[in-house]
Design a protein around this ligand. Structure first.
Ligand code: HEC
Length: 132
């Protein structure tokens, strides 16, 4: 019967159609670190993360943004009920949801949500989770 030949083709087609997409996006910390340190980022070439975020005191003041060092540790307890990962992701996608003391709404770049891919955001989050 022909059907026995057709079935594997249909399965292959379904696999191909779903390939890559479907599953959750997994972040890569080293890719995230490179992204974080780029001079510009995203589809609109926004100023890069490190143009506002200094690594630590040795690199300069935390006057434009909180230090990168310690982000994961602070993120774990910033908002009750939110994991470090959830908080960091929200800080990038929706920065005004929680504004760090000493800063104002709008100080953080506002539209990364529209300008970074899901993969880039996952990579940035994975990197910042290593900054304990
Ligand atoms: C124009 C300056 C600016 C740029 C560019 C910027 N940030 Fe920020 N960021 C801030 C400021 C100011 C805050 C604190 C105010 C707030 O919570 O919105 C902040 C807060 C954060 C926080 C929360 C930190 C904490 O201690 O709670 C994270 C995470 C973060 N930024 C990640 C990023 C990433 C990733 C990028 C690059 C894709 C980036 N930021 C680019 C200014 C900036």
């Amino acid at each position: 019967m022909r059907v026995t030949l057709i079935v594997p083709f249909i399965l292959l087609f379904i696999l191909a159609a779903c390939g890559g997409g479907g599953g959750p996006v997994v972040g890569d910390a080293s890719r995230g670190e490179s992204l974080y340190k780029q001079a510009t980022i995203g589809t609109k070439s926004a100023e890069g993360c490190t143009s506002c975020h200094n690594q630590d005191e040795a690199e300069g003041p935390a006057d434009k943004a909180p230090y990168t060092a310690g982000t994961a540790t602070r993120a774990a307890s910033r908002v009750p009920g939110m994991s470090a990962e959830e908080y960091i992701k929200e800080s990038i996608l929706n920065p005004n949801a929680y504004v760090v003391e000493g800063f104002k709404e709008g100080d953080m770049y506002q539209t990364f949500k529209d300008e970074l891919s899901e993969q880039q955001i996952a990579d940035l989050v994975a990197y910042l989770l290593t900054e304990k």
